[in-house]
Each structure stands twice: as C-alpha cells, then as structure tokens.
Design a protein around this ligand. Sequence first.
Ligand code: SF4
Length: 375
Amino acid sequence: MDHNHIRPWRNIERRKSRQIMVGNVPVGGDAPISVQTMTNTDSGDAAATIKQVVACAEAGADIVRVSVPDTDASAALREVCRESPVPIVADIHFHYKRAIEAAEAGAACLRINPGNIGDATRVREVIKAARDHGCSIRIGVNAGSLERHLLEKYGEPCPDAMIESGLDHIRILQDNDFHEFKISVKASDVFLASAAYMGLAEATDAPIHLGITEAGGMISGTVKSAIGLGNLLWMGIGDTIRVSLSADPVEEVKIGYEILKSLGLRHRGVNIISCPSCARQGFDVIKTVTVLEERLAHIKTPMSLSIIGCVVNGPGEALMTDVGFTGGGAGSGMVYLAGKQSHKLSNEQMVEHIVEQVEKKAAEIEARSAAEAAE
Ligand code: SF4
C-alpha cells in the first residue's frame, strides 16, 4: 500500500488476484478486503435471519452467508436476499437443487464444491443457474471434509491434499467455462490452514477467501484467527475474510475488522488507543473506554481517539490521533485535538465531551471527503 511510503515497514504487498463480483461487492484485484460472516438463525425463519443480516451489515459486514439446508430455507432465502442491505452467499453442501433454488432466489454467490454435487449434468445445471442469475461461486475446501481418495492418497488432511482438492474443484468450473469463483482452504489448525493457503496462493490467481474454521469461542477463536488470518494477510494473501467463532456473528464482523485495521488494510470507525491503566491513572481508564466503545459504535468514519491514563504516554499517543484525552491531577485531564494540546476538562464531563468532539470530527472528515469527491 503506497500511502505508507513514509513508513515503508508498514507496507503490505497484496498478491495479485483476479477480481470477481459478489453482488455489488468486488472481491480480489485491488478491491478492499471484504469482511464476511454467517448467520446462525434458522434459515427457514426469514424475519429472524433478516434481522441478523441487518445487524451484521450495520456492524460492517460487506457480505453475509446464509446456509440453505432444505426447501424451507430456499423459500425464505428469496425474502432474505430482497431485504438484505448486503449481498448474500447461499451455503450449499451436497444438494444441487438447493443451489439452483438459491440462484433463482437472488443469492449473489453460491458456496458449493462442484465435485460434491454429483454427475456432470448436475454440475452443468448449477453452473447454468449461477450464470443465468449473475451468481459467483465460492469453492470451500475444508480439512475436515476432504474427499476420500485424497485422504487415501495423502494419509491425512495436509496442505497438498487441500490444494489438490481445491484445484480439482476449480478445474470442473473452468471446464464449464465458469470463472467467477473464489476459493478457501480452511482448517481449524493454524499451521495447516496457513500452509494450504500459501500453496493455493501460488497455484491459482483466483481471489482467496480466508478463514480459520471452527476457531473456538470468543477469546481462543479471536486469538487463533488473528494469528492465522493476520499472518496470511501480512504476506499479502487474502481478498475476503471470515472469522469463525462460537459467538454472535456481529462479534465475528467486529473482530474481522479489527484484524484488518491492525494491519492497516481497512479502516472503519473509531480506532481507540488506550492504555491498560495502572496506579498513575488520573481517571478510570477501563470503565471510560468500555463506555466510549459503546457510545461511539455508530461512527463509521475512520478516525482515531487516544484515551490515556496519565502524562507518561498520553501526550505522545495524542500526537498521532484525531482526538485525545490524557488524565491529569485533581480530577481533570487534557483534551488534544489533531495532536495538539487544546483545553483542560474535568473527568466528569469527559465522556460527553469526547463523544461530541469525535462526532464533530467525523462530520468534518465526511464533509471534506464529500467535497473532494464532488471536485
Ligand atoms: S499511561 Fe499512565 S496510567 Fe496508563 S498505564 Fe501508562 S503509566 Fe499507567
């Protein structure tokens, strides 16, 4: 990313991939790395699924996947696709008819492995439905469900077996002259997933969907995903990501974004820089940051805010942020704006005042970019 020319040690050179469309979201090429999640409602319950899709989209999801295991889910999918503010990927396993129904219902992408749906006629029918309805396809190889012949050949799930599986599925699509696909090779083991993705990145120019599957609960899954996805993204691999957690999909979206934000690959909302706090703190840092995270969750404009307990690190961090507050003595602290010391403020007024300042700054940034876009 050349905007880091002043700090070249922050550059990430992305692997060159083809670009495909998932509905109106470009994936691959120079498109921003998109964040996905998957609903966990009963997909036959359109209202509950739409509610969750909307919540995920509000949290920043660019694309949402919905599983389509039966005809009830197929029927509800039409409504979900119509009401969703973001493109919907229909997750199909073996039932080729569900894939055709999903394409007809308005899914933007089908997650299906063409090698798993039966004979060549069925494959052709699914590809025709995808083509007729403008759907892309995601091939999703998973270490836990590799084809039997590959397990026999390789002895156990390993990177080579996963890559071979992926390339076999790719070949089926290419033989049918279908090129609007992306691919994932997920595993719950970080080493296995990383090695498979690295090999895949060499073997194809298709856009890559990254994920560490069945990563676990909030804490362990977040750490595992941050290491697995973070490592690959840092190498420039990955065009769209999904963090899989045994948790609310909205949390998956937030964590996906945090991973991209940490690597400077995407920016959204307020990046709060805060200290862990210690006996030197001039106010309750932890409580304040918890309240501010909640109060500022609606801000989508990328900007930064430093909330630092005392002058040891406060002024230094404030230098680099749009808005800052540093704790001082006698129940008050210092507000920084655009890196410069601005005015003193009592701790009691701080949350309201900081929220106001951040909202004001966000409005300024938005107005500036609107003016630039109009030029
Ligand atoms: S910035 Fe100050 S309050 Fe925060 S952890 Fe460091 S020394 Fe403690």
